[in-house]
Design a protein around this ligand. Structure first.
Ligand code: B12
Length: 415
């Protein structure tokens, strides 16, 4: 079930997490550069040209020419970012700030938009994993540059002092970039921010809250598999008297998972988060345990599936090798990737049982299917794997229902 060395007619491969293996077959960066140069669709907000803060005239010289539009700048920056050209990217960003582009527009509309485009290009197999990493590294540097620019200090100085906030990623969450953008925007809006970065272990996070007593914790998660860890962090922070605003893709486009986990607030993006926080958060919900929010956890299905993940993965792998000759001939590396993918599938099933939201699993299998199709891999093995899993879990009614729903939307599977 691996596509990392597609020698024979590509064996179908439910490679859910397979960014590395899947992208190894992607075209070389140079060959792709021409197709990547078109400006992104996103990022259309008009930049607000503004002069220097009256109190900081020396820091920001008056703009000599108007700043480029967000879409023009995003198009130029995309070429620099995807080409790994840090110097050019830095010059473009600095030039735009000095021409009067608001730091917030640069951070969110330009750089945030570029990151989303990086994700789309990777998903469509038009850039490699390493290009994705390199692009994020360049954007990281640009964010640091923006945050250190006098225009940033000038914009922040125009805001009242709003209080202190901790911005942290949930334990196990590596997507620090979205949280970083949020942290910078909150600083621009007058907050004192403790930016704690990626994968914050909950006990240490809580110790930080006790030590610093912030007005709120802004908790970020991009992957839905981090929701159980997010739940633990939300309930622990609230028990420490700190209200929690949650955000990031894991909480759903409508914030439904933030509500489910009892967060005190949710916002879809950094601007909305700043506006929500400016109104003040309510006192944290009364201390509660995760099971109070999710009474269905009493059926133990989440615990059973997550605890037997290794056995489930082994059973599906054995069935794949038994029934599919192509899988039997996998290299050790392909086999290892396939085991990773199966573990990812089981992890998503477990988190679906945790939240009780079956759409979470169908969205995941739909995403997996798109990733596979973009790489020319039919999804028949995904359907086969889900069918074997369902057979393994036949005594667990919620699991069977979730897998049946996913199979009914699968091209290769019959519910
Ligand atoms: C860069 C990147 C990475 C980098 C992250 C580096 C870093 N320093 O952040 C690395 C390489 C580490 C990575 C790893 C993985 N990634 Co990744 N990654 C991305 C990518 C391309 C960009 C992320 C980003 O910067 N987004 C830009 C910002 C602006 O995103 P945003 O979520 O819109 O942020 C805004 C709001 O959400 C909100 N917000 C965010 N946090 C908070 C918090 C609060 C409190 C509030 C109120 C608001 C808020 O405000 C932000 C600004 O407006 C995304 C694609 C994408 N579309 O995001 C994939 C993506 C998130 N990754 C994905 C995957 C699958 C993975 C891996 C599992 C891959 C693998 N095989 O290992 C791992 C998992 C790692 C882990 N355990 O966390 C998938 C997730 C798909 C899914 N269905 O779950 C995506 C969507 C790629 C794709 N196109 O499919 N990734």
């Amino acid at each position: 079930m691996s596509t990392d060395t597609p020698t024979t007619p590509a064996p179908p491969h439910p490679r859910a997490t397979g960014t590395t293996a899947l992208s190894e077959g992607a075209p070389a960066p140079a060959a792709r550069a021409a197709t990547l140069a078109s400006p992104p669709a996103a990022g259309t907000a008009a930049p607000a040209a503004s002069g220097p803060a009256p109190s900081l005239p020396a820091l920001v010289p008056p703009p000599s020419s108007p700043p480029p539009s967000v879409s023009v700048l995003a198009g130029r920056l995309w070429e620099a970012v995807i080409g790994g050209d840090q110097v050019r990217a830095a010059a473009l960003a600095t030039g735009a700030l000095e021409a009067g582009l608001e730091p917030e527009a640069l951070l969110l509309d330009v750089i945030g938009g570029l990151q989303a485009r990086v994700g789309r290009e990777w998903a469509a197999d038009r850039i490699t994993v390493i290009q994705e990493h390199a692009a994020t590294a360049v954007n990281d540097r640009v964010v640091a540059l923006v945050a250190g620019h006098p225009a940033f200090a000038a914009a922040a100085a125009r805001q009242p002092d709003r209080g202190r906030i901790a911005v942290a990623c949930v334990d196990g969450e590596w997507h620090a970039f979205p949280a970083r953008l949020l942290a910078e925007v909150l600083m621009l809006r007058g907050w004192r921010v403790d930016y704690l970065g990626a994968q914050c272990p909950t006990p240490h996070l809580i110790a930080h809250l006790h030590r610093t007593a912030p007005d709120a914790l802004a908790l970020s998660a991009s992957l839905s598999t981090r929701l159980p860890a997010a739940h633990a962090a939300v309930t622990a922070a609230q028990a420490a008297g700190v209200p929690v605003i949650a955000g990031g893709a894991a909480f759903g486009p409508d914030g439904r998972h933030a509500r489910l986990l009892g967060a005190d607030a949710w916002a879809p993006d950094a601007r909305a988060a700043a506006e929500r926080l400016a109104r003040g958060l309510p006192l944290p919900a009364t201390p509660h345990q995760p099971v109070d929010d999710l009474p269905h956890l009493a059926d133990q299905e989440y615990t059973l599936v997550s605890r037997s993940s290794r056995e489930l993965v082994g059973a599906v792998m054995a069935a794949l090798e038994r029934e599919h000759p192509a899988v039997r001939s996998y290299t050790p590396l392909q086999r290892a990737h396939t085991l990773d993918d199966l573990a990812h599938i089981v992890e998503h099933l477990a988190v679906t049982l945790y939240t009780g939201d079956p759409e979470l699993f169908t969205a995941f299998t739909g995403w997996t299917r798109e990733i596979l199709l973009a790489r020319g891999v039919p999804d028949a093995l995904l359907a086969f794997s889900l069918t074997v899993l369902r057979e393994q879990l036949r005594d667990l009614p919620r699991s069977v229902a979730v897998l049946t729903a996913a199979l009914s939307t699968s091209a290769g599977g019959a519910a």
